[in-house]
Design a binder for this molecule. Structure first.
Ligand SMILES: [Ca+2]
Ligand SMILES: [Ca+2]
Ligand SMILES: [Ca+2]
Length: 132
């Protein structure tokens, strides 16, 4: 959850794991209700979605684990609730078949920039993606 459009109400991003293969962004209207805002398309089934300010410009961005692509996909917020098309980041070099199932945004190296830790199936390990 995060305030994607900056109106002071919490908004929500959820994975669609059926045929849609997308992230639904829902906007809070302030009374606890949510309205559909937009769909972020993916080419493979998304798993865990997390929200954090990945690019440091103040508004919450979205990162999602996409195990079938051995990658995570990042969607950057334009500050008004619009999002970039997804940028895919592989969690591990070929030929390993690590499949990230979950991820967290955390400043692992303490430099003040948010990093991403992924939790991988098959390789049974963690991958640290440091923001440069
Ligand atoms: Ca909002
Ligand atoms: Ca941001
Ligand atoms: Ca960092």
């Amino acid at each position: 959850m995060g305030d994607f459009d900056g109106d002071g109400h919490l908004d929500v991003a959820v994975s669609n794991q059926g045929s849609e293969r997308s992230i639904s962004v829902l906007l809070g209207v302030g009374d606890g209700g949510l309205v559909s805002h937009l769909e972020l398309a993916l080419t493979s089934i998304p798993e865990v979605v997390v929200v954090g300010d990945l690019d440091g410009e103040g508004s919450p961005d979205i990162a999602v684990a996409v195990p079938g692509e051995h990658a995570i996909t990042l969607f950057l917020n334009d500050g008004e609730g619009g999002f970039s098309s997804g940028t895919s980041v592989r969690v591990i070099a070929e030929p390993a078949r690590a499949e990230p199932r979950a991820l967290v945004i955390v400043d692992i190296n303490g430099d003040g920039l948010p990093d991403i830790l992924t939790i991988n199936e098959y390789s049974n390990d963690l991958t640290v993606l440091l923001r440069q």
